[in-house]
Design a protein around this ligand. Structure first.
Ligand SMILES: Nc1ncnc2c1ncn2[C@@H]1O[C@H](COP(=O)(O)OP(=O)(O)OP(=O)(O)O)[C@@H](O)[C@H]1O
Length: 592
């Protein structure tokens, strides 16, 4: 069967490509510079000796011209490549594809965003005929032979549409040329009223020495980076610098790496050219062989892209490993400022874990400490899995000479649990907060017998709150009770409260979530036999007073642990407080 060709509505396609492919109207400058540079490459490939150059000239009445002394186009080439959307010389010459920046055959259409017509005058390096081509966004074009003298190369003329005149003004054009083309290997000149300015700079950042790059970054971002990391990939031909930021950055902050393809800016806000853990650096990278998307604002995320990304990540890793040896002071500063990023790296990579772990700081029952100092004094370490559990035990733990590390912050639990893999003499145990109080000193048989009725009363009063009572001797003496729970009590209590106050439907929703996600929490209330008030409560013969003190010990412990008090617990606290106030006012010395 004879296959048919799709019918194309040319106007629709041109509109689609020119107005919707690119995010910024200014990209026409990039596309024209790129065509000029590619044409110069093409002429050099013909074996002709000349100094390549691209000139952008600004005229009054918002018109510009872009002239290159590249290959130019023959009439046949105009018909084949210029007048045919999607055709590109740069794809035809297969072996040369790597030399050119363009490849899709749509770049010129970006000019239709800002101009109603593209006029192009050209003389091919292959034959002598000067030609003029004029194209319109409705898909029509004309070709005319010119009799006048024209040098080899091409000039494109554009006149601004009413809404885009500012793009054709000197200051705006110079900003766009600098943004996209300042590192191109061919001189780009900007001319107005005979005044000529060279827009290209001789050395791009990825060819600078460490000191040059440092000064360059400092001038560009107004802050001195901590250091410059050279980046290079074997595959994909990537080369660049990563500068270490001198301030901490949040994991959520979007990265903005500046990426060039064959020296032409591709994007100044690329997020993923480095691995996600590398958020303590910003990078400027040039690559030769990654493939751009058609809009030329990102790379195609193919296998090569991820290989390059891994290789660049490896450069950062190697740098840190060497730095630890060569400049311990700077290494230490980087770790201090960027611990969040480096902790993520260490969790994922054994080699880096071994390198960093001693330098990381953790919150401990002795205050914030560097791991090297923690293990110097403690070979047995307890890690609290949540911040809540850490807070429950921190103060008491210190008084018992117990080293408890807060594993509640991102990665800290994993980092601590891994510790014996690099420090064999250290044992690390995850804290079981319910069992924590049983580490304290037991009472003698006599003391236990004496405290028994008090504990029984406590169990009786608090049994309805899933709380069991015990008694031990521990430091510090000024803490009467220690309240420990094995669950996220905040959530559970809040859920119970909401359920009580909500309408039937919502209460059911809360109950389902709560029962599905959380096992009912248990708690332990450990009285401190070392505390004088607890002793008085045990020894008191007044049953009412005993009861009120248990209720107050319990509710106070909840408050101190930042737990939400239920309605019944609030009532309990009020009742016992009022009772003590009354007793105070009724005391003989107050009455008199
Ligand atoms: N200044 C120029 N000198 C010589 N040939 C040119 C010039 N500008 C455009 N051309 C020709 O026109 C073709 C189409 O150009 P266009 O900018 O649309 O696409 P491209 O550069 O090939 O690819 P891309 O869409 O990736 O930019 C080119 O392949 C080239 O053959």
């Amino acid at each position: 069967m004879q296959p048919f060709n799709f019918q194309v509505n040319l106007k629709g396609i041109i509109d689609l490509l020119s107005n919707h492919l690119y995010s910024d109207p200014g990209v026409f400058v990039r596309e024209l510079l790129q065509n000029g540079v590619d044409a110069i490459t093409a002429r050099k490939r013909l074996g002709q000796a000349f100094d390549g150059e691209v000139k952008v000239e600004v005229f009054s009445s918002h018109s510009i011209s872009i002239t290159d002394n590249g290959s130019g186009l023959t009439e046949e080439e105009i018909e084949q490549f210029l007048a045919r959307i999607g055709s590109s010389t740069k794809r035809e010459e297969q072996d040369a594809a790597d030399d050119y920046i363009g490849q899709f055959g749509v770049g010129l259409l970006a000019c239709f965003v800002v101009s109603e017509e593209i006029a192009l005058v050209t003389r091919s390096a292959k034959d002598g005929q000067a030609l003029e081509w004029r194209g319109k966004p409705d898909g029509t074009y004309t070709i005319k032979k010119l009799e006048r003298e024209v040098s080899v190369g091409t000039t494109v003329y554009l006149k601004a549409k009413a809404d885009y005149e500012e793009y054709f003004e000197y200051y705006r054009l110079s900003g766009l040329i600098e943004k996209y083309g300042q590192y191109l290997p061919i001189p780009i000149l900007l001319i107005e009223d005979g005044y000529e300015q060279t827009m290209t700079v001789p050395t791009p950042p990825w060819r600078m020495s460490g000191e040059e790059a440092m000064a360059f970054v400092e001038e560009a971002v107004y802050t001195k980076p901590l250091d410059i990391i050279p980046l290079e990939s074997r595959l994909g031909g990537a080369r660049g610098i990563a500068y270490v930021l001198p301030y901490g950055v949040s994991l959520q902050d979007e990265k903005r790496h500046r990426v060039y393809l064959k020296n032409m800016l591709l994007s100044d806000k690329m997020t993923n050219i480095l691995p996600p853990w590398a958020f303590f650096v910003n990078a400027i990278i040039n690559t030769d062989s990654l493939r751009p998307t058609a809009s030329r604002e990102a790379f195609q995320e193919n296998e090569l892209f991820y290989t390059v990304r891994d290789e660049l990540g490896e450069c950062i890793k190697r740098y840190l490993i060497e730095l630890a040896d060569s400049n311990a002071e700077l290494f230490e500063r980087i770790v201090m400022i960027h611990y969040a990023s480096l902790k993520t790296m260490a969790v994922e990579d054994d080699e880096l874990y071994a390198l960093f772990i001693r330098h990381f700081r953790f919150e401990t029952s002795y205050g914030e400490m560097k791991l090297a100092d923690i293990v110097r004094e403690h070979s047995s370490i307890l890690v609290a899995a949540t911040l809540d559990e850490f807070r429950q035990v921190a103060r008491v733990a210190k008084a018992q000479n117990l080293m408890v590390v807060n594993g509640g912050y991102v990665h800290d639990l994993d980092l601590m649990r891994n510790l014996p893999s690099v420090l064999e003499q250290v044992t690390v145990q995850v804290l079981n907060s319910l069992e924590f109080a049983s580490r304290f000193e037991e009472l003698s048989v006599v003391e236990q017998r004496e405290a028994r009725p008090f504990l029984d009363l406590s169990d009786e009063l608090l049994g309805g709150y899933d709380c069991r009572s015990l008694i031990r001797w521990f430091e510090p003496a000024d803490i009467p009770v220690l309240y420990n729970t094995n669950q996220d009590m905040h959530f559970f209590r809040m859920a119970e409260e909401s359920e009580r106050e909500a309408n039937a439907l919502f209460a059911e929703v809360v109950r389902t979530i709560r029962d599905d996600m959380y096992e009912k929490p248990h708690a332990r209330l450990c009285y401190n036999y070392n505390n004088p008030l607890v002793r008085k409560a045990i020894e008191s013969g007044d049953a009412e007073l005993k009861k009120a003190s248990i209720e107050l010990f319990y509710t106070q412990a909840l408050l101190l642990g930042n737990h939400v008090l239920g309605a019944k617990e609030l009532e309990m606290m009020n009742r016992s407080l009022l009772r003590f106030m009354n007793m105070g006012f009724d005391a003989p010395e107050v009455r008199s």
